[in-house]
Design a protein around this ligand. Structure first.
Ligand code: MEV
Length: 424
C-alpha cells in the first residue's frame, strides 16, 4: 500500500530515500540505475536521440512526497536544477492532504493539426466545401493511423477557420484528433501531411503549413484542492494569498512570475517523464492569454470556513508512448514511479503538482519571502565553492554565513579556515 506521507525526508541519506521510494511506489531497487550517472542514459542512446551529440547533461531528479490525488497516494518524480522546488511542492501537498488532497479531471486527449491554405479566391465558400467533404477527409486521415483508431482514438471532427492576415484571408483547416496515450505530434502531423493536397484541391487553394497546434485547448488537465487556513499559518495568510492571486489575474507583470511558480512544478514532472517541455510551455502560455490579456493560470478563493481553495486548468499535451518517454531509461523509471497507465492520468498528476507549486510559492511570498529559503541553499553552494567538502563542513559554513547574513565567498573561506584550524 503506497503511503506518500513521508516526514523528515531532508534528514535521510540518498540510500534511505531510495528505500522509501521502493517501498512506496512501483519502483524496484534496480530501477534507480536509470538515474545513476554511471548507468543512466548512455552516449550511444543519446546519439540516437538527437543530432551532433557530444555528451549528456545530468539534471537532479528528486521526488515530491505527500501527494494524494483522487484518493490515491503517489510519489512524484521531478527533474529540476532549481533548489527549493521539490521541498515546496511536498510542503503544499502535505497541507492539501489534511483536507483530502487533490481532485483532478481532464478532457479527452484531443490535439489539433492545422492545414494552411493560401490564394483561395472564395474563402467563405471554400469553408463550406471543406465541411461537405468532412467524412472523406476524416476517413483518409484515420487511414494513416489504424492502430490509433483500434485503440479508440482517431479524428473526431474538422473545423475550418478563416484567418484575416496581412495580405489575404487564409483558410485554415483544423483536424481534431483524439491521440489517446501519445503526445500526438507525430500522429496529427502525419494526418495533416496526408490530407494537405486534397484539402487544397477542395478549397481551390494551395496548402502550405501542415502541423499540429501547440495551443492544446481541447486537451485540458484540471486540479483543485483545499488548504486549511490553520495549516497555512492563519486566515490573514489566506487573505494575502488571495490578494496575490488577484494581482496576478489583473497584472501581466505579476502573472508571468505567478505562472512561473506553477510551471516550476509542471515542467519538472514533464521533463522527468521525458515529455516535450516546450510543447507544454507553449500550450500553457497560449492558454494564459486566451482572453486577450495575459493572466494567471490558477484561481484562488476563500471558502465559507476561511480556508484557501485553489484550482488550475491548463492544456497538457503529454504522452506515455513514443518520444523520449519510451526510449530514455530515466523517463521510464519516472513513469513507473508514478504508476500511471494513461496519458490523461499523467496530465492530471502534473496539474496537481503545478497547483501545489503555485500555492507553495504564494505562501512563501505572503509570509517570510523567498530569500530566507534560497539563502540557506545558496549558502551551501557558496560553502562548496569555497572548498568545504564534508557534509559537516558544508553545513557549518553555510549556517554561520546565514546567521551572520553574510553569504559571500570570502566569508565562506574565512569560516572554513577557522574551522579547519580549530580541528572542527
Ligand atoms: C521562483 O522560482 C518562483 C516564485 O517566484 C513564484 C511566485 O512568485 O509566485 C516564488
Amino acid at each position: 500500500m503506497v503511503n506518500s506521507r513521508i516526514p523528515g525526508l531532508k534528514d535521510l541519506t540518498l540510500e534511505e530515500r531510495r528505500e522509501i521510494v521502493a517501498a512506496n511506489s512501483p519502483l524496484e531497487s534496480a530501477d534507480f540505475a536509470a538515474w545513476d550517472p554511471a548507468t543512466a542514459l548512455t552516449l550511444d542512446q543519446a546519439d540516437h536521440m538527437i543530432e551532433n551529440v557530444v555528451g549528456v547533461l545530468p539534471i537532479p531528479v528528486g521526488f515530491a512526497a505527500n501527494f494524494t490525488i483522487n484518493g490515491r497516494d503517489v510519489l512524484v518524480p521531478m527533474a529540476t536544477e532549481e533548489p527549493s522546488v521539490v521541498a515546496a511542492a511536498s510542503n503544499a501537498a502535505r497541507i492539501a492532504r489534511a483536507s483530502g488532497g487533490f481532485t483532478t479531471s481532464s478532457s479527452d486527449p484531443i490535439m489539433r493539426a492545422q492545414i494552411q491554405l493560401v490564394d483561395v479566391a472564395d474563402p467563405e465558400a471554400a469553408r463550406l466545401r471543406l465541411f461537405e467533404a468532412r467524412d472523406e477527409l476524416i476517413a483518409t486521415a484515420n487511414e494513416q493511423d489504424p492502430m490509433l483508431v483500434t485503440l479508440g482514438g482517431g479524428v473526431r471532427d474538422i473545423e475550418v477557420q478563416l484567418v484575416e492576415a496581412r495580405t489575404q484571408t487564409y483558410v485554415v483547416l483544423h483536424l481534431i484528433v483524439d491521440v489517446r496515450d501519445a503526445m500526438g505530434a507525430n500522429a496529427v502531423n502525419t494526418m495533416a501531411e496526408a490530407l494537405a493536397e486534397r484539402v487544397g484541391e477542395i478549397a481551390q487553394g494551395r496548402a502550405i503549413l501542415r502541423i499540429l497546434s501547440n495551443k492544446a485547448d481541447l486537451r485540458l488537465a484540471r486540479a483543485r484542492a483545499v488548504f486549511s487556513a490553520e495549516q497555512l499559518g492563519g486566515e490573514h495568510i489566506v487573505d494575502d494569498i488571495v490578494h496575490a492571486a488577484a494581482l496576478a489575474e489583473a497584472d501581466p507583470y505579476r502573472a508571468a512570475t505567478h505562472n512561473k511558480g506553477a510551471t516550476n512544478g509542471i515542467i519538472a514532472v514533464v521533463l522527468a517523464t521525458g515529455n516535450d517541455t516546450r510543447a507544454v510551455e507553449a500550450g500553457i502560455h497560449s492558454h494564459a492569454v486566451r482572453d486577450g490579456r495575459y493572466s494567471s493560470l490558477t484561481k484562488f478563493e476563500k471558502d465559507a470556513n476561511g480556508d484557501l481553495v485553489a484550482s488550475l486548468e491548463v492544456p497538457m499535451a503529454v504522452g506515455l508512448v513514443g518520444g523520449a518517454t519510451k526510449v530514455h531509461p530515466g523517463a521510464q523509471a519516472a513513469v513507473k514511479m508514478l504508476g500511471v497507465t494513461t496519458a490523461s492520468e499523467l496530465a492530471e498528476v502534473i496539474a496537481a503538482v503545478g497547483l501545489a507549486q503555485n500555492v507553495a510559492g504564494l505562501r512563501v511570498l505572503a509570509t517570510e519571502g523567498v530569500q530566507r529559503g534560497h539563502m540557506s541553499l545558496h549558502a551551501r553552494n557558496v560553502a562548496v565553492s569555497a572548498g568545504a567538502t564534508t557534509p559537516e563542513e558544508i553545513t557549518a559554513v553555510a549556517t554561520r554565513m546565514v546567521s551572520e547574513k553574510a553569504v559571500r565567498a570570502e566569508r565562506a573561506a574565512e569560516i572554513l579556515e577557522e574551522l579547519r584550524r580549530d580541528g572542527r
